[in-house]
Write a protein that binds this ligand. Sequence first.
Ligand code: FES
Length: 385
Amino acid sequence: MNAASAATGIAPATQPGPPLWLLAELTYRCPLHCVFCYNPVDFARTSTELSTGDWLRVLREARAAGSVQCGFSGGEPMLRDDLEELVAEAHRLGFYTNLLTSGVGLTEARASALKQAGLDHIQLSFQDSTRELNDFLSHTKTFDLKRRTAGIIKSHGWPMVLNCVIHRLNIDYIEQIIELAVELGAEYLELANSQYYSWAEINRDGLLPSREQLERAERVTNDYREKLGDKIRIFFVVPDYYETRPKKCMNGWGNVFLTITPDGTALPCHTAKMLKGITFPNVRDMSVQDIWYASPGFNHFRGDSWMKDPCRNCPEKEKDLGGCRCQAFMLTGDAANADPVCDKSPFHPVVQDAVAYAQVPDARRTVVKPLVFRDPKVSRQLAEA
Ligand code: FES
């Protein structure tokens, strides 16, 4: 037995590797109100955020447990005024550090401080290439600020990833979004089609693009890839709903990713807290090492003994591990079911129905649900409902 096995009693054959990727969700506070936000719908229930001291301990414990990459996200992580201190400690410990930000609060002074702290990499989110749609989708006037922030990031020499969540409302402007990324000097562009979790799930009817929209966007992206060559790397993430096999979510449950939420709850993915019947540990009560190797929450969907049919006897089960537990829960009520994205799932028609509705042009829709913007008041109402 290795040291971790000895500590946990888990046999070496089933012992997972270390939590290579640590996502530190420092806060759920955010000045933006995005309609596709992946923070939990009931985020406003989160009471106390971890203190600076708690986060410093989490960083040390995670690094000792084998984490090598640390993403600081939120909400908006710039709202934590101890961010520089946390980045400095992560850097000192030897992490590769990322900041995932909307750009709000990333002033010249804070950028200099973060540079000095050793921050390696920044991902800046945009909602669209135009001020109108960017500001509408985030319900804030942030477009000009984001452009200025992109300039600050470049002037400090960071490699810049622009991230734009793609959906029915902005997918037809894909060329303008790519042009904007080129103009701002981004090294990478993530055209991340919205996946339907949290706030995006509430707004799914208004956000899921049609097949025609999606195919056109992919074509345009490929044309730009050819035209731009090495100038910028463009990632295009297809929405799960248009696939017939599910993704190997988080590269396997409790396999690589460790998310720590603002109140210290440790999760194998950022939405797992919604799963009923699973208790997740908190870094206030348990070390990262014990959380990762010994907690029931992290062991719940490791291996394949939890699988039901059709996954249990599926020849492809090693490839996708049955897909996403959160998506299975949201769409079937049971997280141990196959992800209904899979066309072998008896629940696949749920996904097909959503896709069929996405083909109905907006003008021909009889019921148009208004978009729900992420907001603390709405979050409290939804949590109570
Ligand atoms: Fe939770 Fe896929 S997002 S397992």
